[in-house]
Write a protein that binds this ligand. Structure first.
Ligand SMILES: C[S@@+](CC[C@H](N)C(=O)[O-])C[C@H]1O[C@@H](n2cnc3c(N)ncnc32)[C@H](O)[C@@H]1O
Length: 279
């Protein structure tokens, strides 16, 4: 108990035998470097803002500095997951950039047969549920389309699995869509599970070996994740997506993702819509 209380800003409050917390720049940089190596997320532009949150994180976990955190996250998977949950940005909503979702569904419908779609990352699942809603409206029979949502943030995936969303998250949906696909309970919207057959979620880091063991997909959506990566990690991401796509498969990215030039994909632009076709 006393150990935790010693984390006063006044160093003289600490008992003589307790190590003094060390929140120095050098170890902060080593920590951010580790996070980037692990997840691709480049936190350097947000370093100053993040510093206070990371100090609080250390204090709440009884850690005595950034070097202590750096050492412990390499061995302690649960601590590492909590850190990843803290630093990732999970902003998303239903029917975001609908033009891409509709185009993807129309292409799969035209081809016929069963299809597999990956949403990487899906954050709290709105992209996955939106695709499923558009597919059911365009006449896909249940289970002909399977949609897997993955994300490195375990809290976001838990939220996706629960399927309970705020009014704000549904702001692009009209009343008919809301009442068809959701039940409004205590001001929140719970998905009508039977309407979302073939939807699944998994906590997964795209740089984990397990990612490449997923079954191939016809389409990958990767929107608003590569904006947090530098060019090296964007390139690695695109290479991994290439491995997971079926021949002729499509990659849809967000407008701000700035995909690096690569011989692995051909960029196709149709008016406001663009996607990358696997070569
Ligand atoms: C802004 S959200 C994008 C969600 C959705 N695709 C959209 O555009 O609305 C970015 C997500 O990328 C996830 N992410 C970052 N690095 C990742 C990685 N290495 N593997 C899987 N997900 C990652 C974050 O946890 C976060 O939920």
């Amino acid at each position: 108990m006393f150990f935790f209380r010693k984390k006063s800003k006044e160093p003289q409050d600490a008992p003589a035998s307790s190590p003094k917390p060390v929140f120095d720049e050098r170890n902060l940089e080593a920590l951010l470097h580790y996070v980037e190596h692990y997840s691709g997320v480049n936190l350097t532009p947000k370093k100053e803002v993040l510093k206070q949150r990371l100090i609080l994180f250390c204090e709440n976990n009884g850690l005595i500095g950034f070097d202590d955190l750096f050492t412990k996250i390499q061995a302690d998977a649960s601590l590492r997951q909590n850190l990843i949950n803290l630093i990732t940005v999970n902003e998303t909503y239903f029917y975001r950039e609908t033009i891409q979702l509709e185009a993807a569904v129309a292409w799969l419908k035209e081809r016929g047969g069963k299809a597999r779609v990956l949403s990487a990352p899906c954050a709290s699942g709105e992209e996955v549920y939106s695709l499923s809603m558009l597919a059911s409206q365009s006449g896909f029979a249940p289970y002909t389309l399977s949609i897997l949502g993955i994300d490195i943030n375990s809290e976001a995936i838990q939220k996706a699995q629960k399927g309970i969303f705020s009014e704000r998250s549904l702001h692009r949906l009209d009343e008919e869509l809301k009442s068809t696909y959701f039940m409004k309970i205590a001001g929140e919207y719970t998905i009508v599970r039977s309407r979302f057959a073939g939807v699944d979620f998994q906590v997964l880091n795209i740089f984990d070996d397990a990612f490449l063991r997923l079954e191939p997909f016809d389409i990958i959506f990767s929107r608003n994740m590569m904006i947090y990566f530098d060019d090296v990690f964007k390139q690695k991401t695109v290479e991994r997506f290439h491995k997971l796509l079926k021949n002729g498969g499509r990659l849809y990215t967000g407008h701000a993702d700035l995909v690096p030039s690569t011989p692995l994909f051909t960029k196709v632009t149709q008016g406001r819509l663009s996607y990358y076709e696997k070569v």
